[in-house]
Design a protein around this ligand. Structure first.
Ligand code: NAD
Length: 316
């Protein structure tokens, strides 16, 4: 990867990935793009930023050519909970954006990274240590677009030789940019509320286990997979990766070690709960480990210490 264009760069992942890649590859080698602009954003003020609607294939191709990029990291997407509120739009954006980046990558011979999600699994996938290759019949529109996207990326590699790569991210926990409307967002909200109000009611029910990962590990996984030797990749797209899995009580108890008077309870949202119940309890990430050396640094304990310190420093 020498010069990269990022779509959806103002989102939870993109905002931190942009800074990391600017540090690693140089400011002039990262073209951050998003459909919107936000005030006081380092993504916009600290390097190249262009507005780009991923539904506009002409502008996407023009930008990729103008900046002579060799890689696209495609992050623009509608997430699980908001996708269920607007399913038709979720299909249009998630599939339309992806087919556009695939076509531009094909025409300009670019490498393409795009993430799938644990949402690509469904009720009848094995729940524990969900294998890399298994039944995938998700019940959400977001999940449907993720499975279709995984297949489409495989298709463009097999049919046209486009160097597509991707992971199935679990819920991502971070302190820089708030999450964009996913089912695992409770595991981010809980840290903010623990520090601000010493009180949080989880919208996910007691006992519901899901995979999670701290953002620094997620960003490193993106870089490691993009830079991996392509000849060693058997799966290429949609590698299962995970760093931890827990239920709401476990993250609350971890926070209580640092904030003993933190009050934790439940106020379950039936829509997000039913999405969570259809997802795995834990993923098997052994193919990612074997094929490109996936690793992580943060477990629940180490992540909690860092999250609380970083959020305290933000003086919320
Ligand atoms: P996000 O919702 O935080 O950000 C998405 C960004 O895309 C936003 O900045 C938005 O403005 C932009 N966008 C929306 N429509 C656009 C359009 N038409 N053109 C250009 N930009 C547009 O999302 P995120 O959490 O950063 O997720 C990025 C990717 O990672 C998505 O594919 C998502 O499915 C996947 N993923 C995320 C998580 C997670 O926990 N964050 C977990 C699994 C997979």
């Amino acid at each position: 990867m020498k010069k990269v264009l990022i779509t959806g760069a103002l989102g939870q992942i993109g905002s931190e990935l942009t800074s990391k890649l600017r540090n690693e590859y140089g400011k002039d080698n990262v073209v951050a793009t998003d459909i919107r602009v936000v005030e006081n954003s380092e993504v916009i003020s600290n390097g190249i930023f262009e507005t780009l609607n991923v539904m506009d294939i002409e502008s996407m191709g023009e930008l990729a050519k103008r900046y002579e990029v060799d890689t696209i990291i495609h992050l623009a997407s509608l997430l699980s909970a908001v996708g269920e509120q607007r399913p038709q739009f979720a299909w249009q954006l998630n599939m339309g954006g992806l087919t556009n980046v695939l076509e531009v990558s094909k025409e300009l011979n670019l490498k393409l990274f795009t993430p799938s999600s644990i949402a690509a699994f469904g009720e009848n996938s094995p729940k524990n240590l969900t294998p890399q290759d298994t039944i995938q019949r998700p019940s959400t529109m977001y999940g449907v677009t993720k499975v279709a996207g995984e297949l489409l990326c495989d298709y463009y590699f097999n049919k046209f030789g486009v160097d597509t790569r991707g992971v199935r991210f679990p819920g991502l926990i971070s302190y820089v940019t708030p999450p964009g409307g996913g089912t695992t967002d409770y595991a981010v909200d809980i840290y903010y509320e623990a520090l601000k109000n010493k009180k949080y009611d989880s919208f996910i029910a007691k006992g519901t286990q899901m995979d999670m990962m701290y953002m620094p590990d997620a960003l490193q996984a993106i870089v490691d997979l993009i830079e991996a030797d392509g000849s060693k990749l058997i799966h290429r797209n949609a590698f299962n990766i995970t760093a931890m899995n827990f239920e709401p009580d476990e993250i609350a108890n971890e926070i209580k070690k640092h904030i003993p008077d933190f009050e934790f309870g439940y106020d379950v949202d039936p829509i997000r709960q039913s999405i969570a119940e259809s997802w795995p309890n834990s993923l098997d990430s052994s193919c990612a480990v074997d094929e490109w050396g996936f690793k992580f640094d943060y477990d629940l304990n180490k992540m909690t210490v860092d999250m609380l310190n970083k959020l305290k420093a933000k003086n919320l």
